[in-house]
Write a protein that binds this ligand. Structure first.
Ligand code: SDX
Length: 399
């Protein structure tokens, strides 16, 4: 066979004008995965349905399912948890860097977290190894250390001594402990734990796809996670949990607590619609009839708010939920748009007294499991991710 016929026997790449195209890759199947399934009807992590997991599993069990690939036995879970606890401490270089960067004037916690994860790569003995065993070891280290980065960073921001990880506490409770220096109630710990379960995996969302694209060049896990953190930060993606709460604060400031349940909120929303404002925490690229995760978290967060005597942001926690519920109703009635998981997340974390700029880093503390599972899947059956573009620039022009 000569070179010409060898070349012509291969399937040809379609020309950019003939190929299927979709702005933002909407509706395009860009690959296969066995990690998670996101459909209008249900959300599955390796075959387990999200309501089932939120009701019956712990975050560590879900992390095992995602990273190792199956539901752990009691012995496997014990060993997995012990490994995570043993990996919680941060290298001195990372702690030093947190101290130097977390309070810089133009820095937000997602930036500090992104830099810290990138820095961890330099110190990881497996950094350049993309084998399945090395990837799993690195995934567990990152799972453990990201929570500590968030905790220590918040301590630095608050100007207090670093709160060391508590080996007797599970992932969620330990995260709250390290951030605040206060032992959470079992209800607070469980609500955060469920929020981490809900955030853990969501097939080819923007940050996971970023991680897979980086991994698809056979680059390393820390690099893929660093890129994924940058993608998650944006307000159209994970950053929406912070922005949703900032929007509710803005509405509360404008209408006042007495305005909740009145037409004042409708007027605020009508103005936002007229200005074509994106309402944060609403809408979804895949879910058009509602995000399966949102009602689960809303119910749990409201449960805390109903008992809460505190005054987050100067108003009772329940008042914030009542405002959020009115905003949801108006959005549904007037725009037929449902809240996504980030809307109840904002309300729930606010009720729990978590500083708003840490909401998206906490999303990372969970989604690291989904990202790592996808990176391992990509490395195990790799094909470079490289779509084609339709050229709409200047026609050929002589120089
Ligand atoms: C996450 O992909 C994932 O799986 C992500 C995630 C995960 O777990 O990984 O689920 C997590 O990122 C949740 C999404 C968080 N983002 C936000 O809450 C930001 C606000 N929402 C949007 O901007 C928007 O809904 C997106 C970005 C989430 C989805 O956007 P799409 O699919 O590109 O939809 P679109 O912008 O084309 O909207 C279609 C219509 C438009 O109206 P028309 O121009 O057709 O008249 O719906 C309107 C939009 O203007 N619309 C909104 C809106 N969301 C959609 N209008 C006002 N506020 C909104 N939030």
């Amino acid at each position: 066979m000569n070179a010409v016929s060898a070349a012509s026997s291969k399937p040809s790449t379609p020309s950019a004008t003939a190929a299927p195209k979709s702005a933002g890759l909407e509706g395009i199947i860009a690959g296969q995965t066995a990690v998670g399934a996101v459909t209008q009807g249900q959300l599955l992590y390796r075959g387990y349905e999200i309501h089932d997991l939120a009701q019956n599993a712990t975050f560590e069990e879900v992390a095992h399912v995602l990273l190792v690939g199956h539901k752990p036995s009691a012995a496997e879970l014990g060993a997995f948890k012990a490994e995570i606890v043993a990996e919680r401490a941060l290298p001195e270089l990372v702690i030093d860097t947190l101290r130097k960067t977390a309070r810089l004037p133009n820095t937000v916690p997602m930036d500090t977290l992104r830099s810290a994860v990138s820095l961890l790569a330099h110190l990881d003995p497996d950094c350049q190894d993309v084998s399945p065993a090395a990837n799993l070891r690195k995934s567990k280290r990152l799972l453990a250390k990201i929570a500590t980065i968030i905790g220590h960073m918040q301590n630095v921001i608050d100007g207090r001594d670093l709160v060391k990880p508590d080996p007797s506490l599970d992932h969620a409770a330990n995260l709250l402990w390290m951030m605040t220096g206060k032992k959470p109630t079992s209800e607070q710990a469980r609500v955060l734990d469920v929020s981490l379960i809900l955030y853990a995996e969501h097939d080819f969302n923007a940050s996971t796809f970023t991680a897979r694209t980086i991994a698809g060049t056979l680059s390393d896990l820390h690099g893929a996670v660093t890129g994924a953190i940058a993608a998650l930060k944006g307000p159209l993606h994970g950053g929406a949990n912070e922005m949703a709460m900032e929007m509710l604060k803005e509405i509360m400031k404008d209408v006042g607590e007495a305005g909740i349940g009145t037409a004042k909120v409708d007027q605020w929303m009508d103005k936002a619609f007229a200005e074509k404002r994106k309402l944060m925490g609403f809408g979804h690229r895949v879910y058009k009839n509602g995000d399966h995760r949102a009602p689960i978290l809303h119910k749990l967060g409201r449960g805390i708010a109903e008992k809460d005597t505190g005054n987050p942001g100067g108003h009772p926690a329940l008042a914030w939920f009542r405002l959020g519920e009115q905003v949801q109703k108006i959005m549904l009635d007037k725009k037929q748009i449902h809240p996504n998981v980030d809307f109840p997340c904002g309300l729930t974390y606010f009720t729990m007294g978590i500083p708003v700029p840490q909401y998206t880093p906490i999303f990372v503390a969970s989604r690291i499991t989904g990202w790592a599972a996808h990176v391992m899947e990509q490395h195990a059956n790799n094909r470079l991710i490289r779509p084609i573009a339709e050229y709409v620039g200047r026609p050929q022009t002589k120089w």
